[in-house]
Ligand binder design. Structure first.
Ligand SMILES: C[S@@+](CC[C@H](N)C(=O)[O-])C[C@H]1O[C@@H](n2cnc3c(N)ncnc32)[C@H](O)[C@@H]1O
Length: 249
């Protein structure tokens, strides 16, 4: 399966009920208020934090590669009469009508691009959609291996139709050389009308600081700052950083 299609079908269905962390909207709202509008959220999924930024009246469009996640976002927006503009596209092949003063991803979404070549294509596409003087915010994570006691342990939730939903890690392969980790996840859905079991590989790819800066430079972007997610200075080994970029001179 193509990594950009991972969040479809049963994975999209389980995403909301099983979500362990709700995305804090504050760093992204602050970024858009400072960098300006219009803004673009890449990998907006089912709407966090995009919907909260729209509630605050910020002019933010969204992009996601999963039609199923975007359906969920549109339903949530419709339920509260919120107008949102979202595009079903891959961030490495963006073709949008507007140019943006602020482009950002929320949480570890950039780490879902499976290799450096796809990341470079995404950075080039971002660069091409920046308005003059525009700013980019890319959160980068260094994912750890799944702790051995969590392998095989199911997380469960109940779907809107009463179905019992489960997901567990079946196996994991980590390659420090390519900076890629592939986790095989088993999704189970039990309902009187029919049950299903699906296994999907979840790919995470990460970067050294220098490696990311070099990719960005090749795409015509310059790193202007690296902070922790709260905006404070951070050390070089931090697991979670927010990288800001601008068009290179
Ligand atoms: C972990 S989810 C986060 C969604 C949302 N920001 C949240 O916190 O609820 C990552 C999203 O990125 C999307 N995605 C993955 N690869 C993508 C790509 N190449 N282009 C655009 N979106 C992508 C997935 O479909 C998914 O909806």
């Amino acid at each position: 399966m193509d990594p950009a299609d991972f969040y479809t079908g049963i994975v999209a269905e389980l995403y909301g009920p099983l979500k362990s962390v709700t995305q804090d909207p504050e760093p992204y709202a602050a970024f858009v208020e400072e960098a300006g509008s219009p803004a673009l959220e890449l990998g907006c999924g089912d709407g966090e934090p995009l919907l909260e930024l729209r509630r605050r009246g910020l002019d933010v469009d969204g992009v996601d590669s999963s039609a199923d996640m975007l359906d969920r976002l549109r339903r949530r927006a419709g339920a509260e009469d919120l107008h949102v503009v979202v595009f079903h596209q891959r961030m490495e092949a963006l073709d949008l009508p507007r140019r943006y003063a602020a482009v950002y991803l929320a949480g570890p979404t950039f780490n879902l691009l499976p290799d450096d070549a796809t990341a470079l294509a995404a950075l080039r596409a971002i660069r091409a959609h920046l308005a003059e003087g525009g700013t980019v915010l890319v959160p980068l994570h260094l994912p750890g291996p799944t702790p051995s006691h969590e392998v095989g342990r199911a997380r469960t939730a109940t779907g809107p139709d009463g179905a019992e939903l489960r997901v567990r890690v079946v196996a994991e392969n980590r390659d420090e050389h390519t900076r890629t980790q592939t986790t095989l996840l088993r999704y189970e859905r039990y309902h009187p009308s029919g049950s299903s079991i699906t296994e999907r590989p979840w790919v995470l790819h990460w970067y050294t600081r220098d490696g990311f800066e070099t990719l960005a430079a090749v795409a015509g972007l310059a790193v202007t700052g690296v902070t922790d997610p709260g905006g404070a200075p951070t050390d070089a080994d931090a697991d979670h950083v927010h990288v800001r970029l601008r068009t290179a001179d």
